[in-house]
Design a protein around this ligand. Structure first.
Ligand SMILES: [Zn+2]
Length: 426
């Protein structure tokens, strides 16, 4: 059944008392007191927030849930994490990769996360992870859009066969061209890798998403080359700079020149608050830099910014649960985005902004869009972030695919369900 009438919801723009009618897997109508054809099932929205599904613009599905394999990251640092990933890679099997990725996708769907852009390490000669995640992409398609990025983790020019492997991965059907310019041996090699990868994307008609300037080094300026190559090759709107943490430490004058360049190139930005706040500033004593890129300033400059989850229970990060509201909450805190408009912008960063980064077709709550949405136990986007709201129902193409019972605790507002009957003595 791909028809559904959702009664009495509040939309992210604040309109309340709305119904939404889905027919044939698409949204047919949105408005008050809608009539549905006979036999269409109904879902009572109880006045709660109905949002388009969460979108994760940056993740690593090949490493997820591998935390503790082959041993635990004792120090919790990035360097031990990278060493651990190196130890784990030769031990990976395709079955285990598929199983872990599917387990994470199951968490994601339950949390209303229905689109993920995942980087896939292409530096393993066997391209096991590429094969595994292509398989997973097909398996999860009815429930979740998985977009894969060919990611040369050990450096495009630095690792011997990375360039050849990356091309093989794209030939096999990987969707997006990835890169890691700051990890190349020299600034020159970094810039050269950006040029090669952007040209490859232009030739193949693909999008680009690079791990870019993921350091506290204010002189790591590969984003400049990325914006410049984007302009030169006419890739406007198709290129994303992920992390961009060096921007946090850059000179303000240089940033004032950089932002318009990024805007003109139509560059998208992904910040990964959970990971950036954990891994950056590790060489500092005090004061310790937060290390996340300049999210409010990027948004004010008219640049599209999404938030990514990046890692969950892998060699780099022992926590995470596929909850994009946790990501939004961390981003809000780290960037000090506490005005009403900024808090709503943090919700956009894990929904509409990230959907633009992936270039998702038919994303949104307007008539004609895919009937994909999530009913949250919250009055509005800000409360959704505050409570990391329960996903009462997750809908894909007009079908309810996951439900979670309403939470009763921590909702200390009048008229809300209580966890304890306070009128009775125990
Ligand atoms: Zn990453």
């Amino acid at each position: 059944m791909t028809d559904l009438l959702v009664r009495n919801v509040t939309l992210p723009d604040g309109r309340s008392g709305q119904d939404l009618l889905a027919l044939g897997g698409r949204i047919a109508e949105v408005g008050p007191a809608l009539q549905a054809p006979a036999g269409v099932p109904e879902l009572d929205g109880q006045g709660q927030l109905l949002a388009p599904p969460f979108v994760d613009a940056h993740f690593h599905l090949d490493a997820t849930l591998s935390g503790g394999l082959p041993r635990v990251n004792q120090s919790g640092t990035l360097l031990e994490g990278i060493a651990l990933w190196g130890e784990l890679k030769p031990l990976l099997t395709q079955d285990a990769l598929v199983e872990r990725a599917l387990a994470y996708c199951d968490w994601a769907v339950a949390k209303g996360l229905l689109a993920i852009r995942s980087h896939v390490d292409v530096c393993d000669e066997r391209l096991l992870a590429v094969e595994a995640l292509l398989q997973v992409r097909e398996r999860v398609k009815p429930w979740l859009d998985l977009q894969l990025v060919a990611f040369p983790q050990d450096g495009l020019l630095r690792a011997p066969n990375a360039l050849a492997n990356l091309k093989r991965a794209l030939d096999m059907g990987i969707d997006v061209v990835g890169g890691i310019p700051h990890f190349e041996r020299t600034m020159g090699d970094g810039a050269e890798s950006v040029r090669i990868l952007c040209e490859m994307a232009a030739e193949r008609g693909l999008r680009v998403d690079m791990h870019c300037d993921e350091s506290d080094d204010p002189l790591s300026r590969h984003v400049e080359t990325l914006a410049c190559e984007t302009q030169r090759l006419g890739l406007h709107g198709r290129v994303t700079g992920s992390h961009l943490t060096s921007m946090h430490s850059m000179d303000n004058y240089y940033v004032s020149k950089l932002l318009p360049l990024m805007r003109e190139a139509g560059l998208h930005v992904v910040a990964n608050p959970l990971i950036n706040i954990t891994l950056q500033g590790r060489h500092d004593t005090y004061p310790k830099r937060r290390g996340m890129t300049r999210v409010p300033e990027l948004l004010a400059a008219g640049i599209n910014v999404g938030f990514g989850h990046d890692c969950a229970m892998d060699p780099w990060y022992p926590l995470g649960s596929g909850d994009m509201l946790e990501v939004a909450q961390m981003g809000l805190h780290v960037a000090q985005m506490t005005s009403q408009a900024q808090m709503r912008a943090c919700f956009d960063a894990v929904t509409v902004n990230s959907a633009r980064i992936l270039g998702l077709e038919g994303y949104g709550l307007e008539p004609g869009c895919q009937a994909d949405f999530v009913l949250l136990q919250a009055a509005d986007a800000i409360e959704a972030i505050r409570l990391r709201a329960t996903r009462l129902a997750v809908v894909r193409r007009g079908q309810v695919i996951a439900r979670t019972p309403e939470a009763r605790a921590a909702l200390d507002l009048p008229g809300r369900p209580r966890s304890v009957d306070w009128t009775r003595q125990p």
